[in-house]
Design a protein around this ligand. Structure first.
Ligand SMILES: Cc1cc2nc3c(=O)[nH]c(=O)nc-3n(C[C@H](O)[C@H](O)[C@H](O)COP(=O)(O)OP(=O)(O)OC[C@H]3O[C@@H](n4cnc5c(N)ncnc54)[C@H](O)[C@@H]3O)c2cc1C
Length: 422
C-alpha cells in the first residue's frame, strides 16, 4: 500500500513548467483540429496543436473520407500522395431488401474527380496531415497534452493550461480553437451548452473477418427490428449493428447469443462470422447523439467539428463536416491571425462570428436531412418485425434523373461545401 502524502504536499498547486506563446492554439488532433492546424501553418500563422493521446492510433471512430474531403486534399496538392496509403473505395451504398437491391447512394452520379468514399484508418489520415504540417517551422504538435483549463482575462480567452507527463504547462494564444470532439472540455469550460436531439438508435461496432469472394465497399441490410452495415476494411469488415436507443443493457442481459441470432437473421451469409464476437469487449457502443451549440465562439475562442455540433452517423458525415469547418475557419481567419501576429493586436470577434455564419446553416440542414431519414426510415424499421422494403414512391422518385442524384450529392458534399481559399 502506498504511504499517504503529507497534507501540505497534497494541497500544493503544481508549478507551471513553462509558458509557450503562439498565435493559434488548437485543442484536439482529430480530423478538424489537424486539418485546421495544417492550413494555418501553411498560411504562415504560428500554430500549436495539443492532443491528449500519445499517438493517433485510436478506437474506431469512422474511417471515411468523402469526395468533398478528397477535393480539399486535391486543392492542397495532397490527394495523390494520400491515395498512395492503404485504403479501399466505396462507390455506392446498396441495401439488400425483400423487393431486391436498392441503391440510394451512387457516387458515379456525382460530378467529382473522386466518385467514392475513401476508407482509410483515421490513424493513417491524421499521421499524414500532421506529417505535412510538420514541414512548416511555425507548426508545433504536442502529444499527451491534456487541456484542463482556459486562461481568461477581461472576458477574453488568452490560451489554455494543459497537463503533460512532466506536469502542467501554459500556452498563451491570440485564438484558442476547441476541436476536442463530442465530449469537448473546451466547450464546457467556455460555458456553451449544445442543444441535443435524440436519434432513435445506438450502434454496436465490431470487427468481423473478411473472406475471399466477399463483396467490396459498403454492404447494408434493414429489417426485423435491426439494421446492419458492413464497411470493407480490406483485412476485415467493420460491422455496425443498429439497435433501438437505450436497448443495449437489455441486449447484454439476453447474452451474446441474442446478438449472434439478430445479426445472423439479418445477414445470413455472414452468420458464421458473427461467432467471432465471443466477448462484449470486442464490441464498442456508439451512443448516437445529434446536437449543435447555439453559439460557437467567444472573444479569443472558437469551436469547430464535433465540439460545435455532434453528428448522427446517418450518411457518415461527421469527419466531412469537421474538416469543412476547419477549411472555412482557415479561409476566414488566416489573414486576420497573421495580422494580429505581426502587429500584436487582438483578433476581432467578428471574424469568429463569420466562421459560425458560414458553417451553421449547412450543419443545421444536414442534421435536418439526418433527422428525416431517422424518422421516416430508421425508426419504423427498428420498431417493426417485418423485413424492410423501401416505399414504392421512394424507388420511383430515385428513378427521376434530376432527383436521383440528390442523395448521393448530399452524402458526398453535404450542403454548401467549402473549398480552400487560394
Ligand atoms: C464509433 C464511431 C463511429 C463513427 N463513424 C463515422 C463515420 O463512419 N464517418 C464519419 O464521418 N464520422 C464518423 N464518426 C464521427 C466522427 O468520428 C467525428 O464526427 C469526427 O471525428 C469529428 O472530428 P473532430 O476533429 O471534430 O473531433 P474528434 O475526431 O473527436 O477529435 C477530437 C480530438 O481531441 C482530443 N481531445 C479531447 N479532449 C482533449 C483535451 N482535453 N486536450 C487535448 N486533446 C483533447 C481527442 O483525443 C481527439 O483526438 C464516428 C464516431 C464514432 C464514435
Amino acid at each position: 500500500m502506498q504511504a499517504e502524502k503529507p497534507r501540505e504536499a497534497r494541497d500544493e498547486v503544481p508549478e507551471i513548467r513553462d509558458v509557450k506563446r503562439t498565435t493559434c492554439c488548437v485543442v484536439g488532433g482529430g480530423p478538424g483540429g489537424a486539418v485546421l492546424a495544417l492550413l494555418l501553418a501553411r498560411a504562415g500563422v504560428d500554430v500549436m496543436l495539443l492532443e491528449a493521446h500519445p499517438d493517433f492510433d485510436r478506437e474506431f471512430r469512422g474511417d471515411t473520407l468523402h469526395p468533398s474531403v478528397m477535393e480539399i486534399m486535391d486543392q492542397l496538392g495532397l490527394a495523390d500522395r494520400l491515395l498512395e496509403l492503404q485504403h479501399t473505395e466505396a462507390r455506392s451504398f446498396t441495401l439488400q431488401t425483400v423487393s431486391g437491391p436498392f441503391t440510394p447512394v451512387d457516387f458515379s452520379r456525382v460530378d467529382t474527380k473522386f466518385p467514392y468514399i475513401t476508407m482509410m484508418p483515421q490513424t493513417s489520415f491524421l499521421e499524414f496531415i500532421t506529417g505535412e504540417a510538420k514541414r512548416y517551422p511555425n507548426f508545433r504538435l504536442v502529444m499527451e497534452a491534456r487541456v484542463r483549463e482556459l486562461i481568461e482575462e477581461d472576458n477574453v480567452i488568452r490560451g489554455v493550461r494543459y497537463e503533460a507527463e512532466d506536469g502542467p504547462h501554459e500556452v498563451r494564444a491570440v485564438l484558442t480553437v476547441g476541436a476536442d470532439g463530442r465530449g469537448s472540455r473546451v466547450r464546457r469550460l467556455a460555458g456553451f451548452e449544445p442543444v441535443k436531439t435524440s436519434p432513435p438508435m445506438d450502434v454496436l461496432w465490431f470487427k468481423l473477418p473478411r473472406e475471399e469472394g466477399d463483396p467490396e465497399g459498403l454492404v447494408g441490410r434493414f429489417g426485423r427490428g435491426h439494421i446492419a452495415v458492413m464497411l470493407d476494411r480490406q483485412d476485415y469488415w467493420q460491422a455496425g449493428y443498429v439497435i433501438p436507443k437505450g436497448t443495449y443493457p437489455e441486449l447484454r442481459r439476453q447474452g451474446l447469443e441474442s446478438l449472434h441470432r439478430g445479426f445472423a437473421e439479418l445477414m445470413p451469409e455472414y452468420a458464421d462470422r458473427i461467432e467471432h464476437v465471443k466477448d462484449w469487449k470486442q464490441a464498442s457502443l456508439l451512443s448516437v447523439e445529434s446536437s449543435i451549440c447555439p453559439r460557437w465562439y467567444r472573444p479569443g475562442l472558437l469551436l469547430i467539428g464535433d465540439a460545435a455540433h455532434v453528428m448522427s452517423p446517418v450518411a457518415g458525415v461527421g469527419i466531412n463536416y469537421a474538416i469543412q469547418d476547419a477549411v472555412a475557419a482557415a479561409n476566414v481567419l488566416s489573414g486576420p491571425l497573421k495580422n494580429s501576429q505581426e502587429r500584436l493586436v487582438n483578433l476581432d470577434a467578428k471574424y469568429l462570428a463569420a466562421v459560425q455564419r458560414r458553417r451553421e446553416l449547412p450543419t443545421r440542414l444536414i442534421q435536418r436531412f439526418q433527422a428525416l431519414i431517422q424518422q421516416r426510415v430508421l425508426a419504423p424499421t427498428l420498431r417493426s418485425n417485418a423485413p424492410f422494403a423501401p416505399p414504392p414512391f421512394l424507388r420511383l422518385l430515385l428513378r427521376v434523373p434530376i432527383v436521383r442524384n440528390i442523395p448521393s450529392r448530399i452524402v458526398a458534399f453535404g450542403f454548401w461545401p467549402v473549398g480552400v481559399k487560394k
